[in-house]
Design a binder for this molecule. Sequence first.
Ligand code: FAQ
Length: 311
Amino acid sequence: GDAERLTRFDACIDADGRIEPRDWMPEAYRKTLLRQISQHAHSEVVGMLPEGNWISRAPSLKRKAILLAKVQDEGGHGLYLYSAAETLGTSRDQMVEALHAGKAKYSSIFNYPTLTWADVGVIGWLVDGAAIMNQVPICRCSYGPYARAMIRICKEESFHQRQGFESLMTLMAGTPAQREMVQDAVNRWWWPVLAMFGPPDADSPNSAQGMRWGIKRISNDDLRQKFIDATVPQAKVLGVTLPDPDLKWNEARGHHDYGAIDWDDFWNVVSGNGPCNKERLATRVKAHEDGAWVREAALAHARKQQQRTLK
Ligand code: FAQ
Protein backbone atom coordinates (compact mmCIF):
# COMPACT_ATOMS: atom_id res chain seq x y z
CA GLY A 1 0.00 0.00 0.00
CA ASP A 2 0.87 3.69 0.18
CA ALA A 3 2.68 3.40 3.54
CA GLU A 4 4.98 0.77 2.10
CA ARG A 5 5.66 2.84 -1.03
CA LEU A 6 6.40 5.89 1.10
CA THR A 7 8.89 3.87 3.16
CA ARG A 8 10.60 2.76 -0.05
CA PHE A 9 10.65 6.34 -1.38
CA ASP A 10 12.13 7.70 1.90
CA ALA A 11 14.75 4.94 1.92
CA CYS A 12 15.75 5.85 -1.64
CA ILE A 13 16.09 9.54 -0.69
CA ASP A 14 18.05 8.66 2.47
CA ALA A 15 20.45 6.49 0.45
CA ASP A 16 20.95 9.42 -1.96
CA GLY A 17 19.35 7.42 -4.76
CA ARG A 18 17.51 8.85 -7.77
CA ILE A 19 13.75 9.00 -8.30
CA GLU A 20 12.72 8.34 -11.91
CA PRO A 21 9.47 9.32 -13.71
CA ARG A 22 7.82 5.87 -13.40
CA ASP A 23 8.67 5.51 -9.69
CA TRP A 24 6.01 6.15 -7.09
CA MET A 25 6.46 9.53 -5.39
CA PRO A 26 4.45 11.52 -2.83
CA GLU A 27 2.14 14.08 -4.47
CA ALA A 28 3.86 16.91 -2.57
CA TYR A 29 7.27 15.87 -3.99
CA ARG A 30 5.84 15.86 -7.52
CA LYS A 31 4.22 19.26 -6.95
CA THR A 32 7.37 20.87 -5.55
CA LEU A 33 9.49 19.61 -8.43
CA LEU A 34 6.97 20.72 -10.99
CA ARG A 35 6.90 24.16 -9.39
CA GLN A 36 10.67 24.53 -9.33
CA ILE A 37 11.46 23.00 -12.74
CA SER A 38 8.72 24.94 -14.53
CA GLN A 39 9.80 28.20 -12.87
CA HIS A 40 13.34 27.40 -13.93
CA ALA A 41 12.24 26.72 -17.53
CA HIS A 42 10.25 29.97 -17.64
CA SER A 43 13.30 31.85 -16.33
CA GLU A 44 15.45 30.53 -19.16
CA VAL A 45 12.88 31.53 -21.77
CA VAL A 46 12.07 34.98 -20.34
CA GLY A 47 15.83 35.34 -19.71
CA MET A 48 16.35 35.46 -23.48
CA LEU A 49 14.62 38.85 -23.66
CA PRO A 50 16.90 41.31 -21.80
CA GLU A 51 19.97 40.27 -23.80
CA GLY A 52 17.99 39.58 -26.96
CA ASN A 53 17.32 43.32 -27.04
CA TRP A 54 21.02 43.84 -27.85
CA ILE A 55 21.51 41.33 -30.67
CA SER A 56 20.83 43.92 -33.38
CA ARG A 57 23.05 46.46 -31.60
CA ALA A 58 26.11 44.34 -30.72
CA PRO A 59 29.29 46.36 -31.38
CA SER A 60 30.97 43.84 -33.72
CA LEU A 61 30.24 40.72 -35.79
CA LYS A 62 32.14 38.61 -33.24
CA ARG A 63 30.13 39.92 -30.29
CA LYS A 64 26.90 39.45 -32.23
CA ALA A 65 27.75 35.82 -33.06
CA ILE A 66 28.58 35.10 -29.39
CA LEU A 67 25.40 36.78 -28.14
CA LEU A 68 23.20 34.96 -30.67
CA ALA A 69 24.68 31.63 -29.56
CA LYS A 70 24.18 32.49 -25.90
CA VAL A 71 20.56 33.52 -26.31
CA GLN A 72 19.85 30.36 -28.36
CA ASP A 73 21.43 28.29 -25.56
CA GLU A 74 18.97 29.81 -23.07
CA GLY A 75 16.09 28.80 -25.34
CA GLY A 76 17.53 25.26 -25.45
CA HIS A 77 17.79 25.16 -21.65
CA GLY A 78 14.14 26.14 -21.43
CA LEU A 79 13.22 23.25 -23.73
CA TYR A 80 15.17 20.58 -21.81
CA LEU A 81 13.63 21.86 -18.60
CA TYR A 82 10.07 21.81 -19.95
CA SER A 83 10.74 18.22 -21.05
CA ALA A 84 12.03 17.30 -17.58
CA ALA A 85 8.93 18.92 -16.03
CA GLU A 86 6.62 17.07 -18.47
CA THR A 87 7.83 13.74 -17.02
CA LEU A 88 5.92 14.77 -13.87
CA GLY A 89 2.61 14.73 -15.75
CA THR A 90 1.93 18.33 -16.77
CA SER A 91 2.14 19.33 -20.42
CA ARG A 92 4.36 22.09 -21.75
CA ASP A 93 1.24 23.82 -23.10
CA GLN A 94 -0.22 23.96 -19.59
CA MET A 95 3.01 25.38 -18.16
CA VAL A 96 3.34 27.99 -20.90
CA GLU A 97 -0.29 28.96 -20.43
CA ALA A 98 0.31 29.53 -16.70
CA LEU A 99 3.29 31.75 -17.53
CA HIS A 100 1.37 33.78 -20.08
CA ALA A 101 -1.57 34.20 -17.69
CA GLY A 102 0.80 35.71 -15.13
CA LYS A 103 0.19 32.80 -12.73
CA ALA A 104 3.64 31.19 -12.90
CA LYS A 105 6.83 32.68 -11.49
CA TYR A 106 10.15 33.20 -13.25
CA SER A 107 13.38 34.66 -11.87
CA SER A 108 13.13 38.19 -10.51
CA ILE A 109 16.38 39.15 -12.26
CA PHE A 110 14.86 39.28 -15.75
CA ASN A 111 12.57 42.16 -14.81
CA TYR A 112 15.35 44.74 -14.84
CA PRO A 113 16.25 46.69 -18.01
CA THR A 114 19.41 46.32 -20.12
CA LEU A 115 20.27 49.98 -20.64
CA THR A 116 23.74 49.76 -22.23
CA TRP A 117 26.00 47.25 -23.99
CA ALA A 118 27.88 46.78 -20.69
CA ASP A 119 24.70 45.25 -19.22
CA VAL A 120 25.12 42.31 -21.61
CA GLY A 121 28.62 41.63 -20.23
CA VAL A 122 27.45 42.08 -16.65
CA ILE A 123 24.56 39.64 -17.16
CA GLY A 124 27.07 37.06 -18.40
CA TRP A 125 29.49 37.69 -15.55
CA LEU A 126 27.08 38.10 -12.62
CA VAL A 127 23.69 36.64 -13.63
CA ASP A 128 25.16 33.54 -15.29
CA GLY A 129 27.72 33.39 -12.46
CA ALA A 130 24.91 33.29 -9.90
CA ALA A 131 22.95 30.82 -12.04
CA ILE A 132 25.92 28.39 -12.11
CA MET A 133 26.45 28.68 -8.36
CA ASN A 134 22.78 27.75 -7.83
CA GLN A 135 22.64 25.07 -10.56
CA VAL A 136 25.79 23.02 -9.96
CA PRO A 137 24.28 21.50 -6.76
CA ILE A 138 21.08 20.71 -8.72
CA CYS A 139 23.15 18.24 -10.83
CA ARG A 140 22.83 16.10 -7.65
CA CYS A 141 19.07 16.61 -7.31
CA SER A 142 17.15 13.49 -6.25
CA TYR A 143 14.92 13.66 -9.35
CA GLY A 144 16.84 12.01 -12.20
CA PRO A 145 15.55 13.95 -15.25
CA TYR A 146 16.18 17.34 -13.59
CA ALA A 147 19.66 16.35 -12.37
CA ARG A 148 20.67 15.07 -15.80
CA ALA A 149 19.33 18.13 -17.65
CA MET A 150 21.38 20.31 -15.34
CA ILE A 151 24.75 18.82 -16.34
CA ARG A 152 24.73 20.13 -19.88
CA ILE A 153 23.07 23.37 -18.81
CA CYS A 154 25.87 24.06 -16.33
CA LYS A 155 28.53 23.49 -18.99
CA GLU A 156 26.85 26.03 -21.25
CA GLU A 157 26.31 28.51 -18.42
CA SER A 158 30.01 28.30 -17.66
CA PHE A 159 30.81 29.40 -21.23
CA HIS A 160 28.26 32.21 -20.85
CA GLN A 161 29.88 33.44 -17.66
CA ARG A 162 33.33 33.51 -19.25
CA GLN A 163 32.19 35.34 -22.37
CA GLY A 164 30.61 37.99 -20.15
CA PHE A 165 33.76 38.44 -18.11
CA GLU A 166 35.92 38.61 -21.25
CA SER A 167 33.64 41.19 -22.83
CA LEU A 168 33.91 43.32 -19.67
CA MET A 169 37.72 42.95 -19.61
CA THR A 170 37.75 44.35 -23.15
CA LEU A 171 35.58 47.32 -22.16
CA MET A 172 37.73 47.98 -19.07
CA ALA A 173 40.81 48.20 -21.31
CA GLY A 174 39.01 50.85 -23.39
CA THR A 175 38.18 54.54 -22.86
CA PRO A 176 37.19 56.17 -19.54
CA ALA A 177 33.60 56.34 -20.84
CA GLN A 178 33.62 52.57 -21.46
CA ARG A 179 34.96 51.89 -17.97
CA GLU A 180 32.26 54.13 -16.50
CA MET A 181 29.63 52.26 -18.47
CA VAL A 182 30.82 48.97 -16.92
CA GLN A 183 30.83 50.42 -13.39
CA ASP A 184 27.34 51.82 -13.88
CA ALA A 185 26.04 48.43 -15.03
CA VAL A 186 27.71 46.68 -12.06
CA ASN A 187 26.10 49.23 -9.70
CA ARG A 188 22.65 48.50 -11.10
CA TRP A 189 22.91 44.67 -11.26
CA TRP A 190 24.80 43.77 -8.08
CA TRP A 191 21.92 43.90 -5.58
CA PRO A 192 19.26 42.27 -7.80
CA VAL A 193 21.77 39.45 -8.52
CA LEU A 194 22.23 38.79 -4.79
CA ALA A 195 18.43 38.52 -4.45
CA MET A 196 18.31 35.86 -7.22
CA PHE A 197 19.29 33.21 -4.66
CA GLY A 198 15.91 33.69 -3.00
CA PRO A 199 14.83 34.97 0.42
CA PRO A 200 16.99 34.48 3.52
CA ASP A 201 16.83 30.91 4.87
CA ALA A 202 14.68 32.04 7.80
CA ASP A 203 12.03 33.39 5.37
CA SER A 204 12.23 30.58 2.80
CA PRO A 205 9.08 28.45 3.16
CA ASN A 206 10.18 25.74 0.70
CA SER A 207 13.73 25.20 1.93
CA ALA A 208 13.38 22.67 4.76
CA GLN A 209 11.30 20.22 2.72
CA GLY A 210 13.39 20.81 -0.43
CA MET A 211 16.54 19.92 1.53
CA ARG A 212 14.89 16.87 3.12
CA TRP A 213 13.96 15.58 -0.34
CA GLY A 214 17.39 16.18 -1.83
CA ILE A 215 16.02 18.69 -4.34
CA LYS A 216 17.93 21.53 -2.73
CA ARG A 217 21.45 20.66 -1.61
CA ILE A 218 22.75 24.04 -0.41
CA SER A 219 20.65 26.75 1.24
CA ASN A 220 19.80 30.14 -0.30
CA ASP A 221 22.04 32.04 2.13
CA ASP A 222 24.97 29.63 1.79
CA LEU A 223 24.87 29.87 -2.01
CA ARG A 224 24.65 33.66 -1.82
CA GLN A 225 27.71 33.71 0.45
CA LYS A 226 29.67 31.37 -1.86
CA PHE A 227 28.81 33.62 -4.80
CA ILE A 228 29.95 36.79 -3.02
CA ASP A 229 33.21 35.15 -1.90
CA ALA A 230 33.91 33.97 -5.46
CA THR A 231 33.01 37.29 -7.09
CA VAL A 232 35.02 39.73 -4.96
CA PRO A 233 38.41 38.66 -6.40
CA GLN A 234 36.96 38.71 -9.94
CA ALA A 235 35.80 42.31 -9.43
CA LYS A 236 39.34 43.16 -8.39
CA VAL A 237 40.83 41.63 -11.56
CA LEU A 238 38.28 43.55 -13.60
CA GLY A 239 38.95 46.82 -11.77
CA VAL A 240 35.35 47.57 -10.73
CA THR A 241 33.95 48.42 -7.31
CA LEU A 242 31.06 46.36 -5.95
CA PRO A 243 28.48 48.91 -4.72
CA ASP A 244 28.36 47.83 -1.07
CA PRO A 245 30.27 49.87 1.54
CA ASP A 246 29.76 47.06 4.09
CA LEU A 247 31.43 44.44 1.89
CA LYS A 248 34.60 43.28 3.67
CA TRP A 249 36.54 40.13 4.51
CA ASN A 250 35.75 38.68 7.92
CA GLU A 251 38.76 36.67 9.06
CA ALA A 252 36.89 34.97 11.92
CA ARG A 253 34.09 33.70 9.63
CA GLY A 254 36.35 33.04 6.68
CA HIS A 255 33.79 34.82 4.47
CA HIS A 256 32.94 38.32 3.28
CA ASP A 257 30.42 40.29 5.32
CA TYR A 258 27.94 42.24 3.20
CA GLY A 259 25.24 44.89 3.54
CA ALA A 260 21.47 44.52 3.83
CA ILE A 261 19.57 43.34 0.73
CA ASP A 262 16.37 45.25 -0.10
CA TRP A 263 13.83 42.42 0.25
CA ASP A 264 10.90 44.79 -0.22
CA ASP A 265 12.19 45.53 -3.72
CA PHE A 266 12.60 41.78 -4.35
CA TRP A 267 9.02 40.91 -3.31
CA ASN A 268 7.71 43.85 -5.27
CA VAL A 269 9.40 42.47 -8.42
CA VAL A 270 8.30 38.89 -7.68
CA SER A 271 4.70 40.04 -7.31
CA GLY A 272 4.74 41.54 -10.82
CA ASN A 273 5.60 45.18 -10.18
CA GLY A 274 9.27 45.38 -11.19
CA PRO A 275 10.51 47.83 -13.83
CA CYS A 276 10.00 45.43 -16.78
CA ASN A 277 7.54 42.70 -15.65
CA LYS A 278 4.71 43.88 -17.90
CA GLU A 279 6.97 44.42 -20.90
CA ARG A 280 8.61 40.98 -20.54
CA LEU A 281 5.32 39.13 -20.31
CA ALA A 282 3.77 41.09 -23.20
CA THR A 283 6.82 40.37 -25.40
CA ARG A 284 6.66 36.66 -24.54
CA VAL A 285 2.91 36.42 -25.26
CA LYS A 286 3.31 38.25 -28.58
CA ALA A 287 6.19 35.97 -29.64
CA HIS A 288 4.03 32.95 -28.83
CA GLU A 289 1.08 34.31 -30.81
CA ASP A 290 3.28 35.30 -33.75
CA GLY A 291 4.64 31.74 -33.77
CA ALA A 292 1.21 30.09 -33.99
CA TRP A 293 1.56 29.51 -37.77
CA VAL A 294 4.85 27.62 -37.21
CA ARG A 295 3.20 25.27 -34.71
CA GLU A 296 0.25 24.75 -37.07
CA ALA A 297 2.54 24.08 -40.03
CA ALA A 298 4.68 21.64 -38.03
CA LEU A 299 1.57 19.76 -36.89
CA ALA A 300 0.15 19.65 -40.44
CA HIS A 301 3.49 18.33 -41.70
CA ALA A 302 3.64 15.67 -38.97
CA ARG A 303 0.09 14.54 -39.82
CA LYS A 304 0.95 14.28 -43.51
CA GLN A 305 4.07 12.25 -42.76
CA GLN A 306 2.09 9.94 -40.54
CA GLN A 307 -0.57 9.37 -43.22
CA ARG A 308 2.15 8.60 -45.77
CA THR A 309 3.75 5.97 -43.55
CA LEU A 310 0.30 4.43 -42.84
CA LYS A 311 -0.40 3.98 -46.57
N1 FAQ B 1 12.72 35.16 -8.41
O1 FAQ B 1 11.06 29.11 -0.33
P1 FAQ B 1 11.93 29.71 -1.41
C1 FAQ B 1 18.69 31.34 -15.40
C2 FAQ B 1 10.16 32.54 -4.84
S1 FAQ B 1 18.98 31.45 -13.72
C3 FAQ B 1 11.41 34.89 -8.33
O2 FAQ B 1 13.34 29.93 -1.07
P2 FAQ B 1 12.67 27.63 -3.31
C4 FAQ B 1 19.88 31.25 -16.34
C5 FAQ B 1 10.04 31.03 -4.81
O3 FAQ B 1 9.72 30.51 -6.07
C6 FAQ B 1 17.43 31.77 -12.88
N2 FAQ B 1 10.87 34.15 -7.34
O4 FAQ B 1 11.74 28.82 -2.74
C7 FAQ B 1 20.01 32.44 -17.22
C8 FAQ B 1 8.95 30.85 -3.77
O5 FAQ B 1 7.68 31.08 -4.35
P3 FAQ B 1 6.63 29.86 -4.67
C9 FAQ B 1 16.55 30.56 -12.71
C10 FAQ B 1 11.71 33.67 -6.40
O6 FAQ B 1 12.04 27.11 -4.54
C11 FAQ B 1 21.05 33.33 -17.03
C12 FAQ B 1 9.20 32.00 -2.81
O7 FAQ B 1 9.98 32.95 -3.52
N3 FAQ B 1 17.12 29.56 -11.86
O8 FAQ B 1 17.56 31.33 -15.75
C13 FAQ B 1 13.10 33.90 -6.44
O9 FAQ B 1 13.00 26.65 -2.25
C14 FAQ B 1 21.22 34.46 -17.85
C15 FAQ B 1 9.95 31.54 -1.57
O10 FAQ B 1 11.29 31.10 -1.89
C16 FAQ B 1 16.36 28.69 -11.18
O11 FAQ B 1 15.14 28.73 -11.23
C17 FAQ B 1 13.60 34.68 -7.49
N4 FAQ B 1 14.91 34.99 -7.61
O12 FAQ B 1 14.04 28.36 -3.70
C18 FAQ B 1 19.14 32.67 -18.31
C19 FAQ B 1 17.08 27.64 -10.36
N5 FAQ B 1 13.65 33.29 -5.37
O13 FAQ B 1 7.21 29.04 -5.77
C20 FAQ B 1 19.31 33.80 -19.16
C21 FAQ B 1 16.19 26.61 -9.77
C22 FAQ B 1 12.65 32.71 -4.68
O14 FAQ B 1 6.50 29.07 -3.39
C23 FAQ B 1 20.36 34.71 -18.92
N6 FAQ B 1 15.42 27.09 -8.66
N7 FAQ B 1 11.49 32.96 -5.30
O15 FAQ B 1 5.36 30.57 -5.09
C24 FAQ B 1 15.87 27.12 -7.37
O16 FAQ B 1 17.00 26.75 -7.07
C25 FAQ B 1 14.90 27.56 -6.30
O17 FAQ B 1 13.60 27.46 -6.81
C26 FAQ B 1 15.18 29.00 -5.75
C27 FAQ B 1 14.08 29.34 -4.72
C28 FAQ B 1 16.53 29.06 -5.07
C29 FAQ B 1 15.11 30.03 -6.88
